[in-house]
Design a protein around this ligand. Sequence first.
Ligand code: GDD
Length: 317
Amino acid sequence: MRRVLVTGVTGFAGSHLVDYMLTRNDCEIFGIQRWRSPLENVTHFLDRITMVECDLRDASSTRDTLERMRPDWIFHLAAQSFVPTSWSAPTESLTTNVLGQLNIFEAVRRIGLQCRIQIACSSEEYGMVYADELPIRETNPLRPLSPYAVSKVAQDMLAYQYWMSWKVDSVRTRGFNHEGPRRGPVFVASDFAKQIADIEKGLKPPVLHVGNLEARRDFTDVRDMVRGYWLALEKCEPGEVYNLCSGKDYSIQRVLDLLLGMTKSKIEVRQDRMRLRPSDVPVLLGDRTKFTQATGWEPVIPFEQTLQDMLDFWRAR
Ligand code: GDD
């Protein structure tokens, strides 16, 4: 059986990836958890995987863990993933994201582990994209607009460099936005869905706070995304980079309108200046031709279904 390690297993994408792998039933799954990580996303499968306590920012902790586990595949999903936090705490974002990955690569290289690593890079790396560059291909210039995006560019380039210098085998997936049940309540679709559910329950006044509704994003359901991560390690070329996206963009206004169309509550929408960013990425619309040609991957879950599932998730909470 293939030994598979998931970093960030207690998070949103990590927990969905484990759900997917458990349906395949063809690998032994290990997860890394940081001291005091909340376990609510993983309680339903804790008896079917092996959890190990490790802090990826600590080189010796990372090396000891990998030496003991000796995984064949690593899905590296652990990250500080919320863009606004990277302005208020840039050191934390850069340390967690860049140093965490560096420690994994150094451990793999020094132990001499023969393994494949998926690196969760991000469409945020493209940052400022001009109209004549859409849809975005992997060859587009990277013009990051947040410390978070810079940290993802560094992760991306580090993976390329470790392949070129040391033949550490990794595949870089530039994931565009992904949503679904268990999404952290700070991210836009989950935030709006949770506010609606709270209003329906009478937990908050019928006012929904929003930020910049003009931004456009390319959304994929997380359950499609994690299937893509698997295929990346199964079928893609080492050292290569691939866009994972739906190829369809929605304005945030449209996301809001779709969610408001799913409730009977009368809700006032109010812009909150605190939710505006120093520089917001105006549009992310991806071209996934390269990944689909390599793997046959197509997202299948419609975005409207994803939003309905997210609203129902918060209603049930
Ligand atoms: N969070 C949030 N809250 N965003 C809002 C709001 C709001 O109330 N109102 C408007 N927005 C806009 C943001 O300004 C941004 O343009 C867009 O909604 C999406 O915001 P997020 O959901 O926070 O995601 P993101 O696009 O910044 O980043 C996500 O996608 C990346 C991939 O492109 C994250 O998941 C990143 O980790 C990921 O790399």
